[in-house]
Design a protein around this ligand. Structure first.
Ligand SMILES: CC(C)(COP(=O)(O)OP(=O)(O)OC[C@H]1O[C@@H](n2cnc3c(N)ncnc32)[C@H](O)[C@@H]1OP(=O)(O)O)[C@@H](O)C(=O)NCCC(=O)NCCS
Length: 155
């Protein structure tokens, strides 16, 4: 039977979903890269949003974004549960987040990604993101990040 898939926007009061996402975040990301401990604060901010993916009613992935000002938006997190990878879900989540950011009247999306995260880097490149610069020690003293950007007038 085909799996039922849905990308859902997080509601402010869905505490149970947030707990599940925090658990997944802890599992996927090393401590210094994990938002787990301040996920709730991040979500309380007015200018942030989160979309999550349900496959057959189970949490399978999420994408978090924010628009700190009218200048730009930022994709702050993207993750798909290991057993659901390589099936287009990451791409679907990224596309949905880009569409959300588009509604905010900003012209650029920025993000940071560890150059060693090849799947993520390829996914962003596939969607038109370009490497802007290398930020030394972004995640920790020995882990750098690429800063990437996507300009809306260029797509
Ligand atoms: C990055 C991530 C979200 C991709 O999710 P996914 O559902 O597996 O991705 P998709 O199936 O939608 O793949 C889309 C594109 O991503 C790239 N990609 C995905 N997996 C890849 C892999 N193992 N190797 C190389 N490129 C890969 C490809 O460009 C792919 O397009 P293609 O299928 O046309 O080649 C997932 O690997 C993940 O959660 N990784 C750990 C967390 C992470 O690194 N997050 C990003 C930093 S915040």
């Amino acid at each position: 039977m085909m799996a039922t898939m849905a990308i859902i926007e997080l509601e402010r009061n869905s505490g149970k979903v947030v707990e599940e996402i925090v658990k997944l975040e802890r599992k996927i990301f090393p401590k210094h890269e994990s938002l787990a401990s301040f996920f709730h604060n991040e979500l309380k901010k007015k200018n942030s949003g989160l979309l999550y993916l349900h496959v057959d009613g189970e949490l399978a992935g999420y994408v978090m974004y924010s628009w700190p000002s009218s200048l730009y938006a930022s994709i702050t997190k993207l993750a798909v549960k290991e057993q659901w990878r390589k099936q287009g879900h990451g791409e679907a989540l990224l596309k949905a987040a880009i569409e959300k950011c588009r509604t905010r009247k900003i012209s650029r999306i920025l993000l940071h990604v560890d150059p060693l995260r090849t799947p993520a880097l390829n996914l962003y490149k596939k969607h038109g993101f370009q490497v802007d610069c290398l930020v030394d020690g972004y995640y920790s003293s020995d882990r750098n990040a690429y800063r990437m950007y996507l300009d809306f007038d260029s797509i």
